[in-house]
Design a protein around this ligand. Structure first.
Ligand code: S3P
Length: 175
């Protein structure tokens, strides 16, 4: 039986990929999809090179194309890129066959997760925590308004966050 997709949205470093992978392992019949990894495969280069060589605007187009493709998918746990909410049409497309779950995290939680990361072009600057706070300030309302369910993962680890998500999905009879 084909099931609704579970779409994870949230800021960079909130755990969408790690939690998504764990959820797909726990849930029989579901497949994990990492949107950024699919975009990289299609483009034949990593996100940093896409931003450098083609620019952010081109990346956003690729992201929107991927949302169109995935709007036809079934029984998937989809980890989206943190900027997906910049275009409300992206989330509308994914919602056609899915429930959107926002993994909410504080700037400090995100900073702890990504402080040594070099793969996110938007956060390659000296004042990482400042940049996280700025972008989060611009985006939080969009994450909140575009999601069906909000799970605060601040201060938890991937295992506990996955358990919390599962219990909410089961409690809401989505699974
Ligand atoms: C971005 C988030 C990244 C990636 C790109 C842009 C953003 O994905 O799509 O670097 O604008 O927030 P993650 O949220 O998986 O890090």
């Amino acid at each position: 039986m084909a099931c609704k997709n579970i779409i994870l949205i949230g800021f960079m470093g909130s755990g969408k990929t790690t939690i998504g992978r764990r959820l797909a392992k726990e849930l029989e019949g579901y497949r994990f999809v990492d949107m950024d990894a699919d975009i990289e495969r299609k483009a034949g280069m990593n996100i940093t090179s896409i931003f450098e060589k083609l620019g952010e605007q081109e990346f956003r187009k690729m992201e929107s194309d991927m949302c169109k493709e995935l709007s036809y998918a079934k029984s998937c746990i989809i980890a989206t890129g943190g900027g997906i909410i910049k275009n409300a049409k992206n989330v509308d497309l994914l919602k056609k066959n899915g429930i959107v779950l926002y993994l909410k995290a504080s700037p400090e939680h995100v900073f702890r997760n990504i402080k040594d990361d070099t793969s996110r072009p938007l956060l390659q600057c000296d004042d990482k925590i400042g940049k996280i706070k700025q972008l989060m300030g611009e985006r939080t309302l969009f994450y909140e308004s575009q999601s069906d369910i909000i799970v605060d993962v601040t201060g938890t680890n991937a295992k506990r966050a996955t358990e919390a998500v599962l219990s909410i999905l089961k409690g809401d009879r989505i699974l």
